[in-house]
Design a protein. Structure first.
Length: 235
């Protein structure tokens, strides 16, 4: 098992955002976390990434407990978050943004990985020396994912990656998610586009008001009309 989360709680003052969530993810697996806005999905990912400190619970990544590990330590272990809203640095160039993803690395393969990113994303290669502000929304999302890839993740957590993208770009994004997974990358996906998310994933968890209220195989969740009406909205 790559990720094992037990009874995780996240609080912001009096707000109890995540309430006893337990979930797991295996090597090479795509798992999605679904739910309405305010369900606690982003708070869950932020706690897994070390951006916020859990109030209680346990997080194991690989063979190590990382519940109290700092965010950079989790990145070094291969637990990497692509945050909601991309959070690229628009005043820096495309290449400088990518360098931020590799800041923890000291190995000799960094140059080869940069070349692989530019080969996969020729639009980024053509704008490598331009400010990231010139990129379209879709290109900015590809930059955010590329930045995460340069950290050499074992598990990439994606928080609302299709937000603000056109249907065509959403389709391309999920093609990329599938390709990365076929290359062996495990993915934990938070996504409002429930139909696409369930097609991409093998399993899913549904959150409501900070709790997991349902989990199971993705195809079973996709066929659950009562679930869709109660928690997810129309597909």
């Amino acid at each position: 098992m790559l990720l094992d989360v037990e009874e995780l709680h996240v609080r912001y003052g009096r707000t109890h955002a995540v309430r006893g969530v337990s979930l797991s993810l295996n090597e090479g697996e795509v798992v999605t976390v679904l739910g309405a806005n305010g369900a606690g999905k982003s708070s869950l990912l932020r706690a897994l990434a070390g951006v916020v400190r859990p109030a209680a619970g346990r997080i194991r990544f690989g063979k190590e407990e990382v519940t109290h590990a700092a965010a950079p330590d989790r990145v070094r272990r291969g637990l990497v978050l692509v945050p909601e809203g991309r959070q690229i640095l628009v005043s820096l160039t495309v290449h400088e943004n990518l360098q931020m993803g590799a800041y923890c690395r000291t190995d000799a393969d960094v140059g080869r990985d940069f070349a692989a990113i530019y080969d996969r994303f020729p639009n980024l290669a053509g704008r490598r020396d331009m400010p990231a502000s010139v990129l379209s929304g879709g290109e900015q999302q590809m930059l955010a994912i590329s930045r995460a890839l340069l950290a050499r993740p074992r598990l990439m957590m994606l928080d609302e990656p299709s937000l603000g993208l056109s249907p065509l770009l959403v389709a391309r994004l999920f093609d990329l998610i599938g390709a990365l997974n076929r290359d062996g990358l495990a993915i934990l996906l938070v996504e409002q586009n429930t139909g696409m998310a369930l097609r991409a994933a093998s399993r899913g968890y549904v959150m409501e008001l900070g709790r997991v209220v349902l989990d199971g195989p993705a195809d079973a969740l996709a066929d659950n009309d009562a679930l869709a009406a109660a928690y997810l909205g129309a597909h």
